[in-house]
Design a protein around this ligand. Structure first.
Ligand SMILES: [Zn+2]
Ligand SMILES: [Zn+2]
Length: 485
């Protein structure tokens, strides 16, 4: 078992956010559903940043819950960075815009918790950035082409020093906000594995600048395939260089990931400290980290701060408080649901379109097919067959969840946690943009079609046939897009 992640087998969610997954009291369940309604309210109003959703008394009345439940719900949405409680006259729950820093922070925390390896990050970058430059020629206008050329010239003259700039500009040139976001995130994450930039000698920088220039040449000439192979070669060279360098670790340095945005927020500091000790001691799911009292003593903080820290840990499925005798804070199975919600909300705010989601999904699922075949073994083959079995046995209401599960299992079988994260975000975004009313008859006949397509895909994967699996997956995704969207 090389992965601690289990995205598979989650209970079906009634809403597209997954707060419901954290086990808890009936108060927590109520808070979760209120948090969901707050998100829906923000989206249905068109996300007016700065607008106040209502004062606390108004919202208590609107949602019909106690103050304690409401405050718990507010903390949940505050973690998503989409609202802030403003005190004082004219105050209330104010709508804010999620920032890239907050998203990056959540992603870094999750990848640290999953023990994601540098190899996984680079493999994911190769696939995503390869896909990006393949798409750029279709979206390239004069303005974007000029910008790319200007960065290449700037690198040559020394005016552009940030290595990430050309990667970001290429991703932006796709016009696809999801691709832009993931490329940006993974470029940031790469930096967490090696904090020592002095290891970039002038020779390696020259090689990188040369590679950048050749990639830009290819996209400007309209040759996406050539740009893609040049990008892949460039990233492989960079990965090899970093891997060979002694100070580069395969795992994220906690000193880098666990600082950042914690100033003045004691509860966050405590939560990060707990996470660090869980990872460093290699605690296993089910391990007891101590009672509320133990934690108050260990960190010399109040009960209120411990409770807030615990809520953050529960939010990211890191640990949860078990009540009763012998209870306390216990380690959970790592999961990516919380971070995928944060990313999906960010993209929703930035107006992602169905076509953008589809474009990214096809690229990712094609790559996952290849990786899944490379990783295939009897256990993985059993996992795929089990997912098919669940799908065949699913009731009409649960069919869609079960059918999406197969894609999650393929992503997990592929064995790259970073790509798995991208693929779960894509499925979630698609669900947010799904057309609603489909007659149950249409759903059933489409369901049969979907299951038949899934069976053919699994047969290809287990049989090791990349060409057939890719073809079947592509056709399946195209059929899905015409049916639902
Ligand atoms: Zn580069
Ligand atoms: Zn499917």
């Amino acid at each position: 078992m090389d992965s601690r992640l289990s995205a598979v087998g989650d209970p079906p969610k009634s809403s597209w956010t997954s707060w419901a997954s954290s086990a808890g009291s009936s108060q927590s369940k109520l808070a979760t559903s209120v948090a969901d309604r707050i998100v829906q309210d923000i989206i249905s109003r068109g996300w007016p940043v700065g607008q106040v959703l209502g004062s606390e008394p108004e919202l208590l009345e609107r949602y019909g819950v106690s103050r304690a439940v409401f405050r718990e719900a507010v903390r949940l949405v505050e973690h998503q960075q989409i609202v802030r409680m403003r005190r004082g006259p004219g105050g209330g729950l104010m709508i804010t815009a999620p920032t890239i820093d907050a998203i990056a922070d959540a992603v870094q925390l999750t990848l640290y918790w999953l023990d994601a390896r540098l190899d996984e990050v680079f493999d994911a970058r190769e696939i995503l950035e390869g896909l990006a430059v393949r798409l750029v020629p279709d979206h390239l206008d004069e303005r974007r082409a000029d910008r790319l050329r200007a960065i290449v010239a700037g690198e040559r003259s020394g005016a552009v020093r940030d290595h990430r700039e050309i990667h970001a500009a290429l991703a932006t040139s796709t016009g696809n906000p999801a691709i832009e976001l993931f490329v940006d995130l993974l470029n940031r994450v790469t930096g967490l594995y090696f904090s020592d930039t002095s290891l970039l000698t002038s020779q390696t920088l020259d090689a990188a600048h040369h590679a950048h220039a050749r990639i830009v040449e290819a996209v400007v000439a309209g040759d996406g395939d050539l740009a893609c192979s040049r990008m892949e070669r460039h990233l492989r060279a960079e990965a090899t260089f970093l891997r060979e360098h002694g100070s580069t670790s395969q795992l994220i340095d906690p000193a880098v990931v666990l600082t950042g945005h914690t100033e003045g927020k004691k509860a966050e500091e405590v939560a990060r400290e707990i996470l660090r000790s869980v990872v460093e001691r290699k605690s296993q799911p089910g391990d007891l980290l101590g009672s509320e009292g133990d934690l108050m003593e260990r960190f010399a903080v109040s009960r209120a701060i411990i409770r807030e820290a615990v809520q953050l840990l529960e939010h990211y499925d890191i640990a949860a408080m078990r009540r009763g005798p012998g209870g306390g804070l216990i380690v959970l199975e790592p999961s990516i649901t919380a971070v995928t919600d944060v990313i999906a909300l960010y993209l929703e705010y930035h107006g992602i379109q169905v076509a953008d989601v589809f474009e990214l999904r096809v690229g990712i699922e094609m790559a996952l097919v290849d990786l899944a075949i490379d990783a295939m073994d009897p256990t993985r083959s059993d996992q795929l067959h089990e997912a098919l079995e669940n799908e065949r046995g699913a009731s009409d209401e649960l069919f869609k969840e079960a059918a999406q599960d197969l894609h999650a299992v393929i992503a997990s079988v592929a064995g790259n946690r970073v790509l798995e994260l991208v693929s779960v975000v894509v499925v979630r975004l698609r669900r947010m943009h799904e057309g609603g009313d489909v007659s149950s008859l249409a759903r059933r006949s489409a369901g049969t079609e979907v299951t038949r397509a899934h069976e053919a895909i699994v047969e290809g994967l287990v049989g090791g046939d990349k060409v057939a699996s890719r073809r079947r997956m592509r056709r399946h995704l195209q059929e899905l897009s015409t049916f639902y969207d």
